[in-house]
Design a protein around this ligand. Structure first.
Ligand code: SAM
Ligand code: SF4
Ligand code: SF4
Length: 369
């Protein structure tokens, strides 16, 4: 692996600026390309118990990797306060992610705090979580009791040896399936399962995964392997376009296209012609969906990112810890979103991110997927 260890703490993050004129919350914020702010993804830890080859390869994330010390992390109180401000400014969906979010101790306490946030419309907040499933069998019930609506579980293969190679920590498929089962029993549905397809590594698992989840309540989604971060040694030859995934499945299990559930949905939906469920494909590389991107990301240590492929975040934690009031912090968030012009996936290959001296794309395990 040619890349050097990427010291996240070394990134220079501009402080989040407070606008001269306060911005009172009141409905949806729109960015410079007319995209509304609807989703907030919150990374609650930069640590993970897996070493997925496409995300946290062992060569980079070894035992000496400098993870964030606990004091650098946002506390649950800080996260809930920020989330409340986002909701007041129109966010309707919050996803907890990481790293592996279930490694953060007492996460249920945060879930309960987020559940208690009132929304301007009175409609309940959509509260969800993405997990590798390793701790789900143990935690599904308490997460549900705390108020979590749904989970998305990542699973890259049905064949045990392929999966163990992908997660690189010898974790078994059976244990993830047990987590999915527990989530289903606890009522954390509809459950989505995400499979990252890396050509030559697990593309032979597309059909076994489709066959396994066909006819079940689980919605299986295939994600194109992305050039996030600076660690995974990404190259285009290992990307399998979603069109090929749909073709391969459709040749054996006929598929029909479905309309999107809402504008900005990342997955294109397909249903089995025999009525036995649906799948999704997320064409993060071959079919950019920046035009509808309504997501802001909050990193583990309180940096805001307006794009998954950003090279720098905006330091919200400093503002939070400066004693600023809600109007000032909410105004700073509003100003950041209003100035947003990110559309990396649409310009990939034309203006690659991280090409300026010292600028590197942020890691997926730090910012959350
Ligand atoms: N650890 C949790 C998990 O794996 O579900 C949550 C965090 S993980 C970064 C979120 C999602 O990002 C996972 O579904 C994972 O498969 C996906 N992901 C990570 N690296 C990726 C890459 N290079 N390309 C596409 N998806 C990726
Ligand atoms: Fe961990 Fe999720 Fe990244 Fe895999 S994809 S290494 S489980 S954070
Ligand atoms: Fe959104 Fe950035 Fe992804 Fe485009 S590249 S969809 S702007 S996160």
């Amino acid at each position: 692996m040619a890349e050097k260890i990427f010291m996240l703490n070394d990134l220079r993050h501009p402080a989040l600026a407070v606008p001269a004129t306060p911005v009172a919350p009141g409905g949806t914020l729109v960015d410079a390309l007319a995209r509304p702010l609807h989703d907030l993804r919150i990374s609650v830890t930069d640590r993970c118990n897996f070493r997925c080859v496409y995300c946290m390869p062992k060569e980079v994330f070894g035992k000496d990797y400098p993870y964030l010390p606990h004091a650098e992390l946002l506390s649950f109180e800080e996260i809930a306060r920020v989330a409340g401000l986002f909701v007041a400014h129109g966010v309707e969906k919050i996803r907890l992610t990481g790293g592996e979010p279930l490694l953060r101790k007492h996460l249920e306490r945060l879930v309960a705090m987020l559940r208690a946030i009132p929304t301007p419309s009175g409609r309940p907040l959509d509260l969800t979580l993405t997990t590798n499933g390793s701790l789900l069998a143990r935690k599904a019930r308490s997460l549900r009791d705390a108020g979590l609506d749904r989970v998305t579980v990542s699973l890259d293969a049905l064949d045990d040896s392929v999966f163990r190679r992908m997660n690189d920590v010898d974790f078994s498929v059976a244990d993830v399936l047990a987590g999915i089962e527990a989530a289903h029993a606890a009522g954390l549905g509809p459950i989505k399962v995400n499979m990252v397809v890396k050509r030559g590594s697990n593309d032979d698992q597309i059909l076994p995964m489709a066959r396994h989840f066909k006819g079940s309540p689980v919605i299986l989604r295939f994600i194109e392997y992305m050039d996030v971060g600076a660690s995974n040694g990404w190259n285009m030859e290992e990307v399998m376009p979603s069109s090929e995934v749909v073709r391969r499945i459709g040749a054996e299990l006929p598929l029909l296209p479905l309309a999107a559930n809402y504008a900005g949905e990342t997955a294109s939906r397909w249903r089995y012609a025999d009525g036995s469920g649906e799948i999704g494909v997320i064409s993060s590389v071959t079919g950019a969906f920046c035009g509808d991107c309504s997501r802001m990301r909050l990193s583990t240590e309180g940096k805001l990112y307006t794009c998954l492929f950003a090279t720098r975040g905006h330091d919200l934690r400093a503002l939070l810890r400066s004693g600023a009031d809600d109007l000032a912090i909410g105004g700073a968030i509003a100003q950041l979103w209003r100035g947003r012009t990110d559309r990396y996936s649409e310009t990939r290959g034309i203006e690659p991110a991280g090409t300026k001296a010292g600028a590197k794309k942020v890691e997926m395990s730090y910012i959350g997927g």
